[in-house]
Design a protein around this ligand. Structure first.
Ligand code: FE
Length: 348
């Protein structure tokens, strides 16, 4: 009978420990450049690590900061996956060559073609994982809903002195105006934006939430906001937020024609990723039922995978609506033309 000596047994134990140590050293890490800053996303990353053993290492910045960083890092960039929160910025990053196209049967099957980057044969460069609508809010006491139920009416003389928005060249507005350019054509869009700039109650400033507050306080009467900012205030436990919501009406514009503009938050594999397989796996994970719920609902958005439903009382209270059907990538393509129009009409 073979009886290993104590020494042999110790040696064997050491070998096992060394092997474990080596496995640990090879632990796979995915570098995520992330423009999303929501608490619920933590659970998303933790679940991915639990399912795959791949650890997520995050760099947090805003869209513009991430693009600048990817540019300056070039081929030395450690980035594997990039998450951004606007279609115009996703498109820009794609055209700057910061992403690599991904061919994934799962992503193609789960994410509608209109909500991802255009496939030029090698797959899409980015994929939308949640949607938000850009809606009009108005003062319930000062404005009739019928006077603000299209984007065009933001520029109508009847709304003179009533409008407030964040900067015209903020990506959320550039994407909206890029959508209008697609639906209305350049002349009409320019006229609407010229009118909108002339209708301002104050010079553009602040974020979307500031515009909602300004409508409630009476500083202006009509504003633009993404739906999640509204939903966030609706769900707030601060009485002052609820009081603001009481005072404003919400309209999904252009229900009789092209539908309300919808933007995406989305993700891509970084151009110089050395972990392509794991990066694709992460994007595919974001399209899973579970991740879709976290990703969308965590920021009061809608999932892009049509079969996934979220139970979000604030979003539900806004009601069903007709959204535009143009590919969200076209708003990216239109952005430089939009910027020229904004410069011409003085909408800063
Ligand atoms: Fe935002």
């Amino acid at each position: 009978m073979y009886r290993p000596s104590l020494r042999r047994r110790l040696l064997a134990a050491t070998l096992v420990l060394t092997a474990a140590g080596a496995a640990h050293a090879q632990e796979q890490v995915l570098n995520l450049y992330n423009a999303r800053h929501y608490q619920t996303d933590e659970a998303l990353y933790a679940n991915f690590t639990k399912a795959t053993g791949i650890r997520i290492q995050r760099v947090d910045a805003d869209d513009a900061g991430i693009l600048a960083r990817l540019q300056s890092e070039g081929s030395a960039s450690p980035a594997d996956v990039v998450l951004l929160v606007d279609a115009a910025r996703l498109w820009r990053a794609e055209t700057q060559g910061l992403f690599q196209p991904v061919k994934s049967a799962l992503l193609e099957q789960r994410i509608p073609a209109t909500l991802r980057g255009q496939d030029q044969g090698q797959g899409s460069a980015w994929f939308g994982f949640s949607t938000r609508a850009r809606v009009i809010v108005y003062s319930k006491v000062a404005v009739n809903k019928a006077d603000v139920d299209t984007y065009e009416e933001l520029g109508d003389p009847k709304n003179k002195g009533k409008v407030c928005t964040r900067s015209g060249s903020h990506p959320y507005n550039v994407s909206l105006f890029g959508s209008m350019l697609q639906h209305l054509g350049p002349e009409k869009t320019e006229a609407v934006l010229r009118g909108t700039a002339a209708n301002m109650a104050r010079a553009p400033k602040g974020g979307d939430t500031d515009q909602i507050r300004a409508v409630a306080s009476g500083e202006c009467q009509i504003a633009l906001t993404n739906t999640y900012y509204l939903a966030r205030m609706m769900r707030s436990d601060k009485p002052e937020d609820r009081a603001v919501i009481e005072k404003v009406g919400v309209v999904f514009p252009n229900q009789q024609d092209f539908g309300t503009h919808v933007n995406v938050a989305g993700g891509a594999v970084a151009r110089h990723s050395r972990n392509r397989e794991a990066a694709v796996r992460f994007l595919e994970y974001l399209a899973s039922d579970e991740a879709q719920r976290y990703f969308a609902d965590g920021n009061n958005e809608w999932p892009t995978v049509p079969s996934v439903k979220v139970a979000n009382p604030a979003l539900a209270s806004l009601g069903a609506f007709k959204s535009e059907t143009i590919p969200v990538a076209t708003v990216g393509k239109n952005q430089s033309q939009v910027q020229q129009i904004l410069d011409r009409v003085g909408y800063k």
